[in-house]
Design a protein around this ligand. Structure first.
Ligand SMILES: [Zn+2]
Ligand SMILES: [Zn+2]
Length: 392
C-alpha cells in the first residue's frame, strides 16, 4: 500500500515510472488511483480561486481565447497529427507541435495518441477504455482518465512516435510544459498589473482564469467527444461503433463533433466531410500549410463522400416513410399537411378526367432500390464486434 502510494507520488513527476512493469499495471481492473490523480483534482479545485481573485474582462477573455487556441492543439495536434498522422511536418516542427499540445494539460502527446488509437481499434467494445455504452456516461467522460490501468503509455503500440527521444521525454515528464505555461501566465498577469493597471488584473487572477478555469473547461470540452459524441447526434455512416455527428459538438470542439465521419474515415485531415460541416481545425491546418510549416494534408476519398451521399438519401427516404406511416396510424390525411389547396385541385382534376389516366403497377426501379435501402436502415443495428480491427 505504502509502496503504491510512493510510486504514485513519483509518477506525478515521471509518468513512465512503473516498478511492477507497465504491462502489469495495464492488466489491472479499473480503479481510481486517488494519489496519482491529485494533480487533476487540483486543476479542478483551482477554479474555486475565482472566489478570492474576482474577475476582469481581460482575465475572462484570456480564458476564452486560451480555450479555443488550445482546443486547436488538442484536435489539430494530439488528434489529427500524433494519433492519425493526417499531415506531415519536420522533426523540429513535430517537437514544437508536441510542446504546444503540452499546454493543454492532457498528458503527453504519446499517451494521448496511444489511448486514442486503442479507442479506434476497440470502439464501443468491452476493451474500449471510454465507451459510454460499455462503462456508462460518467466513466467514459472522466472516470477512465483517473483509472490506474490507463496511466502508462504502451510505447510498443506507437513505434512510429516512440522512436523520437525528444517526444518520449516530453511524454515522460508531462508536467514540465504545463508548469512552465502556468508560470508564464502568472507573470503575464504581474506584468499587466505593473504596466497596464487600468485593465484591473494581476498575477493570481490571470492564473486562475487563463490557466485553471480555461484548462478545466478545455478538458471537459474534449471529454465530450469520448462521452457525448457516442450518444448524441446523427449517424450518417453505419460504422461498427455508435459514433455520431453533432453540430453543437463540432462548434465547441472546433470540428471534432463530426465524429461519425471520423470513425468512418480516420486518415483524413478534415472531419467535416462537406462544405457545410464546419471544421475550424481543418481551416487552421490549411492556413498553416500555406506557410510551409506543415504539408501533405489528406483529403476524404471520393468513394467515401459518395457513400455518405447515398446514406443521406436513404435516410431521408426512410424519414419520409416513417412520417407517412405515422400520419396513416393517426388517421390524418397527408393532404391536410402538404399544400392542401394544390392537392385538392389535383384530386379534382383526376376525378374529372374519369380515372382515365393509366396507373403503373410499380414505381420506377430507382425508387424501388431506394426504398429497399431505407428498409435496411430501419432494421435494428447489429451489436458492435468486440474485437473490431478498424485500424487507426
Ligand atoms: Zn470515438
Ligand atoms: Zn481519431
Amino acid at each position: 500500500m505504502l509502496r503504491r502510494a510512493s510510486a504514485a507520488l513519483i509518477q506525478w513527476i515521471d509518468s513512465d515510472y512503473c516498478p511492477g512493469g507497465a504491462e502489469k499495471m495495464r492488466n489491472e481492473p479499473d480503479k481510481v488511483d486517488w494519489i496519482r490523480v491529485m494533480p487533476f483534482v487540483f486543476l479542478h479545485a483551482g477554479c474555486l480561486g475565482i472566489l478570492w481573485v474576482g474577475w476582469s474582462p481581460i482575465a475572462v477573455w484570456s480564458a476564452i481565447a486560451l480555450y479555443f487556441i488550445r482546443m486547436f492543439a488538442v484536435t489539430g495536434v494530439h488528434h489529427r497529427y500524433f494519433s492519425h498522422k493526417s499531415y506531415s511536418t519536420s522533426r523540429f516542427g513535430q517537437f514544437l507541435l508536441a510542446v504546444f499540445a503540452g499546454t493543454t494539460v492532457q498528458r503527453g502527446s504519446l499517451w494521448w495518441a496511444y489511448h486514442h488509437r486503442h479507442h479506434h481499434q476497440h470502439s464501443d467494445g468491452p476493451e474500449d477504455a471510454h465507451s459510454p455504452h460499455v462503462h456508462g456516461f460518467l466513466w467514459s467522460h472522466i472516470g477512465w482518465i483517473t483509472s490506474r490501468r490507463n496511466f502508462p503509455t504502451d510505447y510498443t503500440k506507437i513505434k512510429d512516435l516512440a522512436k523520437f527521444p525528444e517526444l518520449v521525454w516530453l511524454n515522460r515528464f508531462d508536467l514540465v510544459v504545463p508548469i512552465l505555461f502556468a508560470t508564464a501566465i502568472y507573470f503575464a498577469g504581474v506584468a499587466l498589473e505593473t504596466f497596464a493597471p487600468g485593465l484591473g488584473t494581476n498575477g493570481p487572477q490571470l492564473l486562475v482564469w487563463a490557466f485553471f478555469v480555461s484548462t478545466t473547461v478545455l478538458f471537459h470540452g474534449t471529454a465530450c467527444i469520448n462521452s457525448m459524441a457516442h450518444l448524441m447526434g446523427r449517424r450518417r455512416f453505419k460504422t461498427d461503433d455508435d459514433s455520431r455527428n453533432s453540430f453543437i459538438l463540432a462548434i465547441s470542439t472546433l470540428g471534432e463533433g463530426w465524429h461519425n465521419n471520423h470513425h468512418r474515415y480516420q486518415a483524413s485531415t478534415r472531419n467535416g466531410f462537406y462544405w457545410w460541416e464546419i471544421d475550424p481545425t481543418y481551416y487552421g491546418l490549411k492556413v498553416l500549410s500555406w506557410t510551409g510549416f506543415i504539408w501533405g494534408l489528406k483529403d476524404v476519398p471520393q468513394s467515401v463522400l459518395e457513400e455518405g451521399a447515398r446514406a443521406e438519401h436513404a435516410a431521408s427516404v426512410a424519414a419520409a416513410q416513417t412520417a407517412a406511416q405515422s400520419r396513416h396510424e393517426h388517421g390524418h390525411s397527408p393532404l391536410k399537411h402538404v399544400i392542401p389547396a394544390a392537392a385538392a385541385i389535383a384530386v379534382a382534376t383526376v376525378n374529372a378526367a374519369g380515372n382515365q389516366i393509366p396507373r403503373r403497377a410499380d414505381g420506377p426501379a430507382v425508387h424501388k432500390d431506394v426504398s429497399e435501402l431505407a428498409h435496411e436502415l430501419n432494421r435494428p443495428p447489429t451489436p458492435p464486434a468486440s474485437n473490431s480491427s478498424t485500424q487507426a
